[in-house]
Design a protein around this ligand. Structure first.
Ligand code: FGO
Length: 401
């Protein structure tokens, strides 16, 4: 079977209209599933027009390259964008409102659609949206006769017990803003306080102290290089709280019986709050009329209940169309594959990070940095977050950039 990439090259070879889609998928199931959708869409165009996916590295590489593309006037028709990226690109008036594309957003999950709204206008079409879930090693739980934890207290007790038994920490976590967000949101934290970005709130400091204590107490293991699914061999994996879009990567790397469950909640009565990640598709104003029309058609195609069902089960992204849940692709699949049911359940308990234009910089270079420093013992949680707060205040006041 020819590679999807080569098929697309062929499809675009003689096309009169080409709409480029710059993306941040680096490989595996997400990239393959996107390419498969594009192959199918292009086939319907019969060679006259095509969408061409252009991988730009990681998500952050993608936004860096888009910023350079604006400066050089070489902007693609479409790109993946986080909500905060949309806010940034809109400062340069670069993004088309979805209303101008004639798309019908009825039936899309309003949680996702509302997140792309700025001043009442929708600027992005949710495409690959993930939620965090709990991954666990079912063989290890069985060995200790342990139940799948549903509350934070149960989680800590179980992680401690298994870690003591194994003499090595079993909760693997990346000390970054994503992991932190789950614990922070579930403890009731919010980054937005009366219109101000607050990183060093009481809940914030307590959340970071909790993670640091987990490391000290021997049940939490920071993963500082690469994805957790690439680090299973570095110890005894018991648990992680990670993006649902990692499922295919986890599944192929796991040499144990991989389990999934909703995130442990503040109490066992309801799941914890997942961070919503993954991106939206946006169309740039610089696209000409033909490219815009092609992009609109493509977006209509990828948000359909069927396309979202196929894309979801292939990757672990949450179908953005509420109709996907009733699509046979999903109803049949979940019967045999409870992991996908976990994702659908968890998607009802989810929160976003702030969508301000500076957020990408804040979450990686300021908050993420503070989390890493505290977890690696280079600063106390309070000191690290107080410093981060000062950096945010300076950045948002225009004193630094
Ligand atoms: C990733 C990043 C942001 C922002 C969150 C933002 C920028 C986080 C987090 C930083 O689509 P998601 O859910 O998952 C990704 C998907 C496709 O690559 O698969 C995941 N993956 C890939 C390879 C692998 O071996 N294992 C695996 O899990 C991959 O993470 O997005 C989650 C991870 C991060 O990129 O380090 O979203 N994120 N908010 N990035 N630039 N800006 O505002």
């Amino acid at each position: 079977q020819p590679k999807a990439e080569d098929v697309i090259k062929e499809q675009c070879a003689k096309a009169e209209v080409v709409a480029e889609l710059w993306h941040g998928f680096t490989g595996g199931a997400p990239k393959a599933a996107l390419e498969n959708l594009i192959v199918e869409f292009n086939r319907g165009k019969g060679g006259g027009a095509c969408v061409r996916p252009v991988p730009q590295g990681s998500y952050r590489d993608l936004s860096t390259k888009l910023k350079a593309a604006f400066a050089a006037n070489k902007v693609p028709a479409m790109a993946q964008a986080f909500e905060n990226n949309i806010a940034l690109y809109l400062e340069g008036d670069a993004v088309l409102p979805v209303s101008s594309l004639g798309l019908d957003l009825k039936g899309l999950n309003p949680l996702f659609v509302n997140a792309t709204k700025i001043k009442g206008q929708v600027y992005g079409v949710p495409f690959n949206k993930s939620v965090q879930i709990m991954y666990y090693n079912n063989d290890l739980l069985k060995k200790y006769g342990a139940k799948v934890p549903t509350s934070i207290d149960e989680f800590v007790a179980t992680a401690k017990r298994l870690s003591e038994g194994e003499k090595t920490p079993v909760y693997f976590f990346v000390p970054d803003a994503s992991t932190y967000a789950y614990w922070f949101f579930t403890r009731g934290g919010s980054y937005n306080q009366n219109g101000k970005i607050v990183l060093n709130s009481k809940v914030g400091v307590e959340t970071l102290e909790f993670l640091v204590k987990g490391v000290k107490d021997g049940w939490a293991k920071p993963i500082t290089q690469g994805f957790i699914n690439a680090n299973f061999g570095s110890g005894t994996f018991g648990f992680s709280t990670d993006t649902s879009a990692g499922y295919s990567f986890y599944k192929s790397a796991a040499k144990f019986d991989l389990g999934t469950a909703p995130l442990p909640g503040k109490t066992g009565k309801q799941p914890g709050y997942a961070l919503v990640q993954g991106t939206n598709l946006i169309v740039f104003k610089q696209a000409d009329a033909k490219e815009r029309a092609l992009a609109a058609e493509f977006l209509r195609f990828v948000i359909s209940p069927k396309a979202q069902a196929v894309f979801g089960v292939a990757t672990g992204y949450v179908p953005v169309h509420l109709g996907s849940g009733a699509d046979a692709t999903v109803t049949r699949y979940v019967k045999e594959n409870p992991w996908f049911g976990t994702i659908l359940t968890q998607s009802r308990f989810a929160r976003f990070e702030p969508a301000i234009s500076e957020w990408e910089q804040i979450r990686f270079d300021i908050l993420g940095q503070a989390i890493k420093e505290a977890v690696l013992g280079q600063a106390t949680p309070k000191a690290a977050l107080d410093k981060a707060q000062k950096q945010v205040d300076d950045l948002l006041a225009g004193r630094t950039r």
